[in-house]
Design a protein around this ligand. Sequence first.
Ligand code: PGA
Length: 257
Amino acid sequence: MMIRKPIIAGNWKMYKTMGEAIELANGVKRALSDEERLDIVLCPAYTVLGEVSEIIAETNIRLGAQDLFWEAEGAFTGEISPVMLKDVGCSYVIIGHSERRKFFYETNETVNRKVKSALKHKLIPIMCVGEQLEDRDAGRTFKVVEDHLVNGLKGLAKEEAKDVVIAYEPVWAIGTGRNATPAQAQEVHKFIRERLAVLLGNETARSTRIQYGGSVKPENIKEIMQQPDVDGALVGGASLKTDSFVKIIKNGLEGKL
Ligand code: PGA
């Protein structure tokens, strides 16, 4: 029996012009619109959220954004608010992706403000945590993951935090073709769940979904999903083609059945 409903999300990053996004969303819809055994989320760029939203309306596929700003509205040139994301049909939002931490100076503090704002506006945050290669090599993996986790969720009550999805994404595995082994993923996922139990109680820890991200492919997803504390995946590169994303959903599900 599955304790938690699996969740696989495609992070399209800064890829796909309008025509390309429409083609990909239609492909995913054709193959997966009736799939109810797991939550499927597409996270396209802001410019195509509206079109993808229309394509997947009335299917079981959900829409997510790749970031947000924490204010509801205001003079914040270039930013997108949670109200706007809800308005265009989003139910999820990725927060604190390592690329945002690296290139756009996101900190635990900004991540925390964004998580709180998302929850306030009824968007489910997919909060990313994960160590760099030098952290892993120096034996600091748990320390870094704990720092991202504890500070990202700071100040949240149990009741508020219960919907948050955590994505464990070792930075050295993102876009490198070098995925964490299933055992390495499980080790950190288990640690995250234990820390969640201390922070938010056993019940929340048991129900929180923890995704793995970093070079997920059709060939490695099943074994990763077989790990007891892995509840899904956040997929970058391999979510950009209908074929490989659909295979990831199918093989990933097999790992949980
Ligand atoms: P990748 O990216 O699947 O291309 O490694 C994952 C992510 O950044 O979420």
